[in-house]
Design a protein around this ligand. Structure first.
Ligand code: GLA
Length: 756
């Protein structure tokens, strides 16, 4: 069994051969954290790791005792995992072990998305009960260890066992005490149109944190951080990843104390948070995911990709091939009518597009972004036959039909706002701040969630809608819910997120065949919480191929390619005005869930042929891109960022696609190769350059190559003739398609090895 309890040593060992997590019940009953990291042998005693006699909370000097769920006010001055205010206003807590149980499988978390198992053999769950006697407070720590994955999930359930109300001020999902601070902190930070850029900084004495207070996980920071040894590379060295299955305000914080130990905490942002626990009531924190790797950052990405793709995303579309879509936004913005849409759809169908998505502008009086959010009835001036007739016409072309919607919002200029101004988030005594001319609906109110469920259900039932793009284009200001009393306004943000999850839960259950894609002004809510309902998300409003290299590289640290919507758009690009080759735009968009976001009627005949070939090429490899393993070679965040290279490879290593991208061409570059990883050294691969092998680099690689050669010598990315690169131009991308033809020496074709 992967979770063992040693009653003599009073230790828990969570072990699966890939990682170990050791928890000890210390002499005074507090819960100590003994190890989180590489695997330790099962069946041994690790009691001695608790060190000398534990002085615990008696130690007012604050010696760095590693603790499992630290509190505040009783001698540990580092950042706490839990703060609960008592009726007298005090917050000190002293949680002691009171029992535990180990169950097979993984129980669901009430009202929150979480990873899951499909059979009980996939995981074991440990529940440890801690009690603070004076406060009558119970804390259940939940840990699930997955078989065959270097991943553990943890969360806490807090129960008021007393007779008066207590108020939770802080309840973290994750709190890890690490014995040293020789770590780099990796975070995914940015802004609108440049989300999830990888930032790295060395841990220092004191606090360092990222988070969100916007009501959504945000463009600015993602609820994921990693700690990596300064010497850790993509494929070597130690790294730990921490991801939060949550879409609202979060905090990820590292504290380095005076002895150089590190505490890392991750959970709902405590700033402004307060949750009243009445006697007998419980509060469940979101789930945190911990992954560990002894072989570099790719180890933590592999673990997260597998878990998020296979055991967080759910429903039919988790495994099914996602359709290649055309989204109307950058083709038409608000300016369209039925005829225009059908013309786009007809042209899209000819290219091999499978799903036509009608973006913003189809409802109410929506001709720009100043009105109508909330009025989800069709604009008959644009679409006289309504959505049902448009969807039917699109389907008769042999396409599926998808629709954009922004359910959480209301425009001040809308019928819904006129009817229900009180449904918009705001403080009655002050004006509401408008952003993109809109307000946010109060999803903490059950009647708002019911209304949205009804509206969306009618929409999905009234027309053949196969796909929904669910947008959220502003974040929350004047946080307040009229449904909550003054002393419970600290619950607002979390209740909003719970309302959102319940809406998604009801809709995905009622419409299991609909593919949901989440979006928030691009990637403003690109997080594991929404991934549980919407298996793909719009990665960024920035569709420029060069900008996307950084966005997709950063995102790939923590998210699988199957989660990233990636589109080929027109040039000059609408966000940065850059003109990149069509092949480069596709070569970047292939590494995700492919779509197009342009007017196909404006393509030349040659471009139409190119796009048709791209779609066919991608469809032939969908499984590789949707389920393959991503291997990162050259980072756009390293050096001057001029080069990026990555690869997807099938689980058995039989098929792979390598992408190599160069931003600016430079004169007289000198020969260069790219050494691959993750292939089978004994396999012979047929290397086929894409889009063609007409250029010298393509010619230099085309043919049969051993996996050993590809990994130890590498692909040519620059020939030894300086003249060859003169025609390349800027923004050049090359793909190399690798297909196994035989194991080395085993087949006839082996003799061809080396032929171009
Ligand atoms: C957001 C989305 C875009 C588009 C517009 C429509 O910005 O990210 O893709 O849907 O809204 O208003």
């Amino acid at each position: 069994m992967p979770i063992t309890w040693d009653p003599d040593a009073r230790t828990f060992h969570l072990h699966n051969g890939q990682l170990s997590y050791l928890i000890g019940v210390l002499d005074n009953g507090t819960l100590g954290q003994l190890h989180f990291g590489g695997p330790l042998a099962a069946g041994r005693s690790y009691a001695h790791l608790a060190g000398r006699e534990f002085l615990g909370f008696d130690n007012r000097l604050g010696q760095p005792v590693p603790l499992e769920y630290p509190s505040t006010g009783t001698g540990d001055y580092r950042v706490p995992a839990i703060v609960v205010e008592q009726p007298d206003g005090s917050t000190a807590l002293d949680l002691r072990y009171a029992g535990h149980r180990i169950v097979s499988g993984k129980p669901a978390l009430p009202d929150l998305p979480a990873t899951y198992v499909e059979s009980d053999e996939e995981a074991e769950t440990l529940e440890i009960l801690l009690v603070d006697v004076p406060a009558d407070l119970e804390v259940r720590l939940l840990y699930t260890l997955f078989a065959g994955r270097p991943a553990i999930t943890r969360s806490a359930r807090i129960r008021n066992a007393g007779r008066s109300r207590q108020t939770i001020r802080c309840a973290m999902s994750v709190s890890q005490d690490l014995p040293d601070s020789e770590w780099d902190l990796l975070q995914l930070s940015g802004s609108w149109a440049r989300e999830r850029h990888l930032r790295t900084r060395r841990l220092e004495a004191g606090l360092q944190s990222i988070g969100s207070l916007r009501g959504a996980s945000s463009h600015q920071h993602n609820p994921f951080v990693a700690l990596a040894r300064p010497s850790t590379t993509e494929d070597d060295g130690e790294a730990c990843g921490f991801s939060l299955v949550y879409s609202g305000n979060f905090l990820a914080e590292a504290e380095v104390d005076e002895f150089g130990t590190t505490r890392l905490r991750l959970g709902i942002n405590p700033r402004g948070f307060g949750w009243a626990l009445e006697p007998g009531a419980e509060f469940q924190t979101p789930e945190g995911i911990l992954v560990h790797s002894d072989h570099g950052l790719e180890g933590i990405s592999d673990a997260l990709h597998g878990l998020l793709r296979e055991r967080l995303a759910r429903g039919r579309w988790r495994d099914e091939r996602r359709p290649v879509l055309l989204n109307s936004w950058e083709a038409t913005y608000f300016d369209f009518d039925e005829e225009r849409l059908l013309a786009l759809a007809f042209a899209a169908k000819e290219l091999g597009i499978e799903l036509f998505v009608l973006d913003d502008g189809w409802f109410g009086e929506r001709n720009d972004d100043t009105s109508s959010l909330g009025d989800w009835t069709v604009n008959r001036a644009k679409l006289p036959g309504g959505i049902a007739s448009l969807a039917a016409s699109i389907e008769s072309l042999g396409l599926r039909f998808g629709l954009w919607i922004e359910p959480e919002m209301v425009s001040p200029r809308s019928r819904l706002f006129a009817r229900h101004p009180e449904w918009a988030v705001g403080i009655p005594s002050r004006p509401r701040t408008e952003s993109r001319h809109q307000y946010v609906l109060d999803l903490a109110r059950p009647e708002v969630v019911d209304h949205l469920f009804g509206t969306l259900s009618d929409l999905l039932r009234g027309a053949r809608v196969s796909y929904v793009k669910w947008d959220m284009n502003r974040t929350i200001t004047e946080p307040f819910s009229a449904t909550l009393p003054a002393d419970r306004q600290g619950e607002f943000f979390h209740r909003y997120v719970l309302g959102l999850y319940s809406l998604f839960d009801r809709l995905t259950k009622a419409f299991p065949d609909v593919l949901f894609e989440s979006c928030a002004g691009g990637g403003g809510r690109f997080d594991p919480g929404l991934l549980a309902y919407a298996p793909q998300a719009w990665t960024s409003d920035d569709t420029d191929a060069i900008e996307r290299l950084r966005i997709q590289w950063g995102s790939s640290l923590a998210y699988p390619l199957s989660a990233m919507g990636t589109h080929v758009s027109t040039v000059p690009n609408h966000q940065v005005g850059r003109t990149t080759p069509l092949a480069t735009r596709a070569a970047v968009a292939f590494f995700g869930v492919l779509g197009y976001e342009l007017d196909p009627l404006l393509l030349s005949e040659l471009e139409r042929r190119e796009v048709t070939a791209q779609i066919a090429w991608y469809r032939d490899r969908w499984e590789l891109f949707q389920r393959g393993r991503l291997v990162r070679f050259r980072s756009p965040f390293a050096g001057d960022g001029n080069e990026t290279a990555w690869m997807v490879v099938s689980p058995g290593g039989q098929r792979a696609v390598v992408g190599h991208y160069r931003v600016l061409n430079r004169p007289n570059p000198g020969p260069a190769r790219l050494r691959l990883r993750g292939l089978d050294p004994a396999t012979i691969y047929r290397v086929t350059p894409w889009p063609d092998d007409a250029d010298p680099v393509g010619r230099a690689n085309a043919g049969l190559r051993g996996g050993d050669e590809l990994m130890r010598v590498g692909l040519v990315v620059q020939t030894d003739d300086p003249a060859d690169s003169r025609q390349d131009g800027d923004f050049r991308a090359r793909l190399f398609d690798l297909e196994a033809v035989a194991a080395a020496g085993g087949a006839d074709e082996g003799g061809e090895n080396g032929d171009a």
